[in-house]
Design a protein around this ligand. Structure first.
Ligand code: 13P
Ligand code: SF4
Length: 331
């Protein structure tokens, strides 16, 4: 992992970086497409310039409707690759191409191919947090926002499923739907650190709080949730549920949007410390943090960080992504 060693910008620097990026976006007919986990300055700038801040499903949809010729994807690598697969005619740039994801890293395409070979009669469903080469082998791509509905649909047709790579999301869906699913053993380093015993204690201290959990979290955390859902679903819950407090089990970048839409609600990060804690990430995705205003400006200035995908892989990966988007439209 190639973490940025630059010092945080001052308020004056932030303002001049934003001014420079705004100009570059206009002159290059470019738009920002950012995930809720990115730095709050990037999310604010995305909003101010008419870009898209969203979960991974909406980020994928946005690119296909935008008239911009360049999409600057602020997030992790699979998000940029999905944008390129769906929009091969557009230039797709990312502030740092090294921004990957533990789920993607732990599901190499050759090992996934060997896994698939063992179970040729199963429908291959892969989470969006995978490389283009893994998606190219799949029947369906899903994001957290649509995974449950797609598996319910496949289960209703008696299809047996081979699922990769997030074992927590997979076992949550398997539990809810009762579908026959074989699970790849991957996990998100951020969500895996939420601790169930410490969460139980925290809930006792905040009896009025609703517990919001992203389904990449372990089952012992998910079972304590009032709501399990994608980043978009968790944000909506803060605005719509009547609770004055929320304990939130997902990456802390999401608090910027949550506080913006529900400024009077108290947001409490779910605990990553406690029994058995190693707390390497402590609620922060190290790869999302690689998106900064400085390297965003840099990529617009010199065009570094462009996503390129082999055309055969791109064409194969397009099919399961388009299947997901068509399914989501039909809902
Ligand atoms: P969402 O699609 O819910 O935004 O999740 C993406 C992700 O990487 C969560 O860790
Ligand atoms: Fe991947 Fe987890 Fe980071 Fe999401 S939070 S991008 S799943 S490592």
């Amino acid at each position: 992992m190639n973490e940025q060693q630059t010092s945080p910008p001052t308020t004056t620097n932030i303002s001049s970086l934003k001014t420079s990026i705004r100009k570059l976006l206009t002159t290059q007919n470019a738009v920002l497409v950012a995930h809720y986990y990115t730095d709050s300055n990037i999310q604010a700038l995305t909003e101010e310039t008419g870009g898209c801040i969203a979960d991974s499903l909406e980020m994928a949809r946005f690119g296909t409707t935008s008239t911009a010729s360049t999409l600057i994807v602020c997030g992790v690598r699979f998000m940029g690759e999905t944008a390129k697969i769906l929009n091969p005619e557009k230039r797709i740039l990312m502030p740092d191409l090294q921004a990957t994801c533990s789920l993607d890293e732990r599901c190499p395409s050759d090992e996934f191919a060997a896994f698939c070979k063992q179970y040729p009669n199963r429908t291959k469903v892969v989470y969006a947090n995978t490389s283009a080469a893994v998606k190219a082998q799949a029947d369906w791509v899903v994001t957290s926002g649509i995974a449950l509905d797609i598996i319910k649909h496949l289960h209703s047709q008696n299809q047996k499923i081979l699922w990769a790579p997030d074992r927590h999301l997979g076992s949550y869906i398997k539990h809810v739907t009762n579908a026959d699913m074989l699970l790849w053993p991957g996990a998100c380093v951020v969500h895996e650190e939420f601790k169930s015993l410490a969460l139980k204690r925290l809930r006792k201290l905040h009896p009025q709080a609703a517990v919001l959990v992203h389904p990449e979290s372990p089952a012992s955390v998910i079972t304590q949730a009032d709501l399990v859902g994608s980043t978009t679903a968790l944000i909506k819950a803060v605005a719509t549920l009547p609770n004055p407090e929320f304990i939130v089990a997902t990456e802390e970048g999401i608090f910027w949007k949550m506080s913006q839409i529900a400024p009077h609600k108290r947001l409490i990060p779910a605990p990553t410390a406690g029994d058995g804690a190693t707390c390497e990430s402590c609620g922060h995705c190290p790869w999302m943090a690689m998106n900064t205003l400085q390297n965003l400006e840099q990529t617009l200035q010199d065009g570094t960080g462009e996503i390129h995908i082999d055309s055969t892989i791109r064409e194969q990966a397009l099919k399961p992504i388009e299947r997901m988007l068509a399914f989501s439209k039909s809902q």
